[in-house]
Ligand binder design. Structure first.
Ligand SMILES: Cc1cc2nc3c(=O)[nH]c(=O)nc-3n(C[C@H](O)[C@H](O)[C@H](O)COP(=O)(O)O)c2cc1C
Length: 195
């Protein structure tokens, strides 16, 4: 009987110690990352996508607000002298922003959404990127457009802001379901990558 008790105790103690070992070396625990979903949008398309992404990844939604709103005349790309045409023709244009300030140190992952303007991101997005410190953060661009790809705008962002850790961008003209699935996957991959 004594022998049986001893055997049972040693089995129990082995199983407890391997459990402790597993807990100590387990790296599959989720990494906690705070997510910000920033977007610029004048006619609402990018805004709707950004809202759905923020909901899907439990991120804080923040709108990049220009100090002076864009009127429909400002957005007329057929008019060379419209505000958007003038700003996009000048690569140094940095329109002033309004809106509440952000504490960027609160976030690790930043989704950055914008409409494609002349194959690029609108200049207020540049103002935003130059206003805050993105070091140590992963920035994930997404865009909506009338058909153009996001590729050229992301190439330009990488070139202008080489200190930012840029993720591959994604054009999200395909609706909210595609956007939310993509965003969840990106967050999952980003967390795995930083383990
Ligand atoms: C000034 C301006 C320039 C644009 N340039 C492009 C372009 O180069 N390629 C494209 O596919 N769409 C272009 N568009 C269309 C927008 O990218 C598209 O309508 C976008 O979904 C609008 O997003 P929003 O509703 O969030 O502002 C342009 C729109 C504006 C106002």
């Amino acid at each position: 009987m004594k022998q049986i008790v001893l055997i049972l105790m040693s089995i129990l103690s082995f199983s407890c110690s391997s459990q402790t070992q597993r807990q100590a070396t387990d790296t599959t625990e989720p990494v906690s990352k705070k997510i910000l979903v920033v977007y610029f949008s004048c006619t609402g398309t990018t805004g709707r996508v950004a809202e759905s992404i923020a909901g899907a990844v439990d991120g804080r939604l923040y709108r990049i607000t220009p100090a002076e709103v864009y009127t429909s005349a400002d957005l007329d790309w057929n008019d060379k002298s419209s505000r958007s045409s003038v700003e996009m023709a000048d690569e140094d244009s940095r329109p002033e922003l309004g809106g509440e300030p952000l504490d960027m140190k609160d976030y690790d992952i930043v989704f950055l959404g914008y409409p494609i303007w002349w194959d690029l991101c609108p200049r207020p997005v540049n103002t935003f990127l130059e206003k805050y410190d993105f070091s140590g953060k992963t920035v994930i661009p997404f865009a909506t457009s009338g058909g153009s790809s996001i590729a050229h705008s992301v190439r330009q962002l990488r070139k202008l802001y080489p200190n930012v850790t840029w993720n591959d961008g994604k054009l999200l003209n395909g609706g909210v379901a595609v956007a939310t699935e993509w965003a969840k996957q990106v967050v999952e991959n980003t967390k795995k990558g930083s383990r």
